[in-house]
Design a protein around this ligand. Structure first.
Ligand code: HEC
Ligand code: HEC
Length: 299
């Protein structure tokens, strides 16, 4: 065998070995992360189970927290992402026919606000970084409502990350695990008065995922962790929406239709923002008007 052929053989062999080692590392590191336990107690809060609270919980789970967007309109779970590189992400069945009966009220509060599942491992993708701001009253209302949702017996199957998804996890490029995105020191208030104050507007923008998708400063851009084909979020600061009137903004949020007649992509959950009350709509728009201008893409 000529010497150059032997050297090429060594070089190819080395590359294959290194690639194999890298894949091995990615699988080991991502599995380790998935199994990490968070030793944080599920502290009980007072939960009222009357009909007004259940109605508020249903409203929050739909129009504000949008649990239904990921867990399905019947909360029975559905395939959210199925991407050949990232993997398949399946928000589970959280009705009485699925995981709900295994969870205590306090454990539900912990998984919603901190992203920590019953067994102490982190939930993946779940936007607990938005929900950590939920008041005791509102997270309690969501729990009270979940207990009343009709049982769905469907099993949509488990989430399975593939190589690119696992690489994002192993390299910390995108914090896919909810428990890594939540504060260990923030303590949400017990109650907030629903009004049109900026405080309440900010509360709705945070718990409603506007900041989660459009970015903490609402500057918009690609949403971290979403597949490349997903639509980037729009700029919601004055740079992006300053030219729209309150009425035009409300129309976008209620019908998904822009003033030029184009329709928003389903990546923007306008089917659910459509269900906000008038007061919530006014508070949210007032808050959007209050944030400093930012360039598109700066989140
Ligand atoms: C952006 C999508 C998304 C939204 C919105 C969302 N979830 Fe989830 N949720 C998930 C995913 C994905 C999982 C599975 C996590 C896992 O398997 O690690 C999950 C897990 C859960 C679990 C724990 C189930 C288990 O595996 O033990 C509960 C309970 C839950 N979600 C409730 C809610 C509630 C209540 C809301 C609304 C306040 C909500 N979720 C909103 C994606 C979402
Ligand atoms: C799950 C992610 C997600 C959430 C949550 C979300 N948005 Fe969006 N939003 C998007 C995406 C993506 C677009 C771009 C849609 C398109 O290109 O058609 C968008 C577009 C918009 C637009 C249109 C802007 C324009 O100039 O065309 C407005 C207004 C808007 N969002 C407001 C909000 C508000 C207010 C909230 C919170 C109540 C919110 N969004 C929550 C993802 C999200």
């Amino acid at each position: 065998m000529p010497r150059w052929m032997r050297w090429t053989g060594y070089a190819v062999g080395t590359v294959v070995l290194l690639a194999g080692a890298a894949v091995g590392y990615v699988y080991a590191a991502s599995t380790h992360k998935a199994n990490k336990r968070y030793d944080i107690p599920a502290t009980p809060i007072t939960i009222v189970h009357d009909s007004a609270t259940i109605a508020r919980g249903r409203h929050f789970a739909t129009a504000i927290g949008k649990c239904v967007e990921c867990h399905g309109d019947d909360l029975g779970g559905k395939v959210l992402v199925d991407d050949p590189a990232l993997g398949i992400v399946i928000p589970p069945n959280i009705t009485n026919g699925g995981l709900l009966p295994s969870y205590s009220d306090a454990e539900l509060v912990r998984v919603i606000r901190q992203g920590i599942k019953r067994d102490g491992r982190s939930a993946i993708v779940m936007p607990s970084d938005d929900y950590q701001y939920l008041t005791d009253e509102d997270v309690g209302a969501i729990v009270a409502y979940l207990r009343t949702v009709p049982a769905v017996t469907r099993d949509p199957g488990p989430t399975r990350l593939r190589l690119v998804g696992r690489t994002l996890v192993a390299t910390n490029l995108v914090p896919l695990y909810a428990a890594e995105r939540t504060s260990r020191t923030y303590r949400a208030p017990a109650h907030l008065e629903p009004d049109t104050s900026l405080t309440y507007g900010a509360y709705l923008a945070n718990t409603g995922g506007c900041t989660g998708c459009h970015g903490p400063g609402l500057g918009g851009g690609p949403i971290p962790g979403m597949p490349p084909e997903a639509a980037p979020a729009a700029n919601l600061t004055p740079t992006g929406i300053g030219h729209l009137s309150d009425a035009q903004l409300e129309r976008i949020l209620r019908s998904g239709e822009r003033p030029d007649g184009s329709t928003l992509k389903p990546d923007m959950p306008w089917r659910y923002t459509a269900l906000m009350s008038d007061l919530e709509m006014r508070a949210t728009i007032k808050y959007l008007r209050s944030v400093p201008a930012k360039a598109y893409g700066t989140r």
